[in-house]
Design a protein around this ligand. Structure first.
Ligand SMILES: *Cc1c(COP(=O)(O)O)cnc(C)c1O
Length: 273
């Protein structure tokens, strides 16, 4: 769906003067479709609006029009299990610099696939000293994460964990949580992308555990009992190692596993509602 027009994927295109191409100026969002319905749809629409505000981009459609475009795309393709990526750009800039009317592209693609073993055994992360600019905006600029991919793969890490000034914020594409020795769930409350999965996880977690919204320190990793990341592609994924530090006993912990079950139930409840 390019600016409201359904087009075959091979023909979907933007002109080369768009600021997304010229300067990496734009935002995106990503969410999954289950049983033909976008999961936690309104939360994602909220975030698109918030990201647009942060980047001073005007949505060329109303929220209702955006909702209808996404639903029309899903109906047209007829896939029950899928993912949606939405991209809102800085628009065409004849001078190569000044934003104009944003282009809106909505792409439907196959659902995310991650081997079950990653959820069963947990994954490793790699630390990197960096803090995203405009962290509240889901910017299309992933230059640091993509630049680090060869290093990440060489270390066998699932993702790169950003820290700055001794504090941990998030990974390139997911929010990060630790569970302390006394079962307190800790995750950064500021300086991060407000993940929808993070929000859902915290809403569930508050009913069962104590929650603290503050950025965990790098030091705390050594004493943390558990760690996990959250994102739309990998709802809750246990983390068992960060660089050379083994988290807890090196296996997904009880709190993480409990949250994984509760989250799956929450998604089911949403789809029934
Ligand atoms: C998308 C993203 C997340 C996770 O957000 P979800 O809404 O849960 O998918 C976290 N951090 C960054 C930098 C992201 O781009």
């Amino acid at each position: 769906m390019v600016n409201g027009e359904l087009v075959p994927k091979e023909q979907a295109a933007l002109g080369v003067t768009d600021l997304a191409i010229q300067r990496g100026y734009g935002l995106f969002d990503y969410f999954v479709v289950k049983k033909g319905r976008p999961v936690f749809f309104e939360d994602y629409l909220d975030r698109v609006e918030q990201s647009a505000k942060w980047l001073q981009l005007d949505l060329p459609v109303t929220r209702e029009e955006l909702r209808q475009q996404i639903l029309q795309l899903i109906r047209t393709n007829g896939e029950l299990e899928a993912a949606i990526k939405l991209i809102l750009t800085g628009g065409y800039a004849e001078d190569g610099y000044s934003p104009s009317k944003s282009n809106l592209v909505i792409i439907e693609m196959p659902p995310p696939m991650h081997p079950a073993s990653k959820f069963e055994r947990g994954v490793k992360l790699m630390l990197y000293d960096y803090h995203r600019t405009f962290p509240s905006a889901k910017s299309i600029n992933y230059i640091v994460g993509i630049y680090l991919l060869p290093q990440q793969r060489a270390q066998g890490a699932e993702d790169v964990l950003f820290h700055s000034g001794g504090h941990i914020y998030e990974t390139t594409r997911a929010n990060f949580f630790i569970v302390t020795n006394d079962d307190v769930i800790v995750t950064a409350g500021e300086g991060i992308l407000n993940g929808v999965t993070r929000k859902q996880t915290l809403d569930i977690a508050r009913h069962h555990f104590k929650v603290e919204e503050r950025s965990p320190t790098v030091e705390e990793l050594k004493t943390a009992k558990e760690a996990f990341i959250t994102s739309s592609t990998r709802p809750i994924m246990p983390v068992v190692q960060v660089d050379d530090v083994v988290i807890g006993n090196g296996q997904p912990g009880a709190v993480t596993r409990r949250l994984m079950v509760l989250m799956a139930e929450e998604v089911e409840r949403y789809l029934e509602g």
